[in-house]
Design a protein around this ligand. Sequence first.
Ligand SMILES: Cc1cc2nc3c(=O)[nH]c(=O)nc-3n(C[C@H](O)[C@H](O)[C@H](O)COP(=O)(O)O)c2cc1C
Length: 179
Amino acid sequence: MSDAVLNNIKTRRVVREMTDEPVARAQIEAVLEAARWAPSGGNLRPNRYIVIEDAETRRLIRLVSPGMFQKAPVLILICTNWDVAAEHNLPATDRALLIDIGTAAQTMMLAAHALGLASGPVTSYSKEAIKLILNLPDSYSPEMFICLGHKAEAAQPGMRAWKRITWRDLTHWERFKPE
Ligand SMILES: Cc1cc2nc3c(=O)[nH]c(=O)nc-3n(C[C@H](O)[C@H](O)[C@H](O)COP(=O)(O)O)c2cc1C
């Protein structure tokens, strides 16, 4: 892996304060294109994306999203399309559906970072309200927002880490060893 890729992974941080500066359409499309290349269980691609730029829609979304601290100029909502799951007889409990959301989310945030954009995921919102606001069909469930924008000068560093962790704290080598 190149140093540039590793460096991109290590320096991406969630940004919760963004400016009003719009994001260029080409950059939004580049982020969506990156997500298309994220790994997907069975290559089934059950994710669908809703891109929201309209100011009033974003305002309504923020009203029902207590975990959305940033006023991002662009929101990308990752949805699961349950029609795709049904088509392939995937039960709703299949973990691949959740994992696909994660691979898409991280791929989008790394792509955004590589493009010089700020990003942040949000899962704290009223799913029912979001479905109404965005006119989602029953087959689409709203799973995670990716906020996109430009970092505000005064943006605070991320959430406090309880302790600084290293990969060693998270890893067992060969066999489980009690911590
Ligand atoms: C599944 C998941 C849900 C998250 N939900 C939110 C959220 O609702 N609001 C928020 O501000 N950050 C959310 N985050 C971001 C985490 O708080 C953040 O990744 C963590 O504090 C580490 O910060 P870093 O990504 O900048 O290293 C979420 C992250 C994940 C993986």
